[in-house]
Design a protein around this ligand. Structure first.
Ligand code: HEC
Length: 180
């Protein structure tokens, strides 16, 4: 969703800049040379400017941390849809990084599809014992990536309270209850 929103945003901006560029071409008709080069440079700069203000890793990682905490309590309380939902959007939160930090995003993607998979399977099977066993292992891998990327000081431990203290983690639900 976010990724396509960003694409739409970029395309819309691109389209309007081309239009503005066309407008200035007509008004500046006596200098055709300038008219052909200037808009392209403007567009490139604007795209770079937009990219520069999009989230990289730190902002979505905050959301990853919160959702990963919440996921634990949702699984523990038998609110399986909430656990599945938290996992889904923990991954979705990282989408902007696919554009702003493509290499690092690749590492995230293989982490989510590989290391997080046992958690997703345990959620689908409503198996808290398996979930609990894998949770600590995944957390170690979160920390391993932090160390490997120069953020050894971001060391997370198993949460004792959820991030969202006002959510009902014991509301019973099925893993498949999350709307597509
Ligand atoms: C692909 C490597 C990678 C993986 C995997 C990873 N992280 Fe991170 N994480 C980072 C990087 C890099 C930062 C620092 C971001 C920055 O400063 O740009 C970070 C920062 C964080 C932060 C601090 C965010 C803030 O600014 O407050 C939290 C919380 C966090 N990660 C949670 C997690 C959790 C939970 C997991 C596992 C479910 C995880 N991360 C997996 C790379 C990773």
């Amino acid at each position: 969703m976010r990724k396509s929103f960003i694409k739409v945003l970029l395309l819309t901006t691109l389209a309007s800049l081309v239009l503005i560029g066309c407008g200035s071409t007509t008004t500046q008709a006596p200098q055709p040379q300038q008219a052909t080069t200037a808009p392209a440079a403007d567009v490139t700069k604007s795209i770079a400017d937009i990219k520069a203000v999009l989230p990289k890793f730190a902002i979505p990682m905050r959301e990853v941390g919160d959702r990963f905490d919440n996921m634990y309590f949702a699984a523990k309380g038998g609110n399986w849809a909430l656990a599945a939902y938290m996992s889904k959007y923990m991954n979705g939160a990282m989408n902007p990084a696919s554009l702003t930090k493509p290499d690092e995003y690749g590492a995230w993607k293989s982490f989510y599809t590989g290391s997080v998979d046992p958690l997703n399977k345990a959620i689908a099977a409503k198996d808290f014992a398996a979930f609990d066993k894998s949770y600590g292992e995944v957390l170690n891998k979160c920390n391993a990536c932090h160390s490997a990327t120069g953020y050894k000081f971001i060391k997370l431990v198993k949460p004792t309270v959820p991030t969202d203290v006002h959510a009902d983690f014991t509301e019973k639900s099925e893993p498949g209850d999350v709307p597509k």
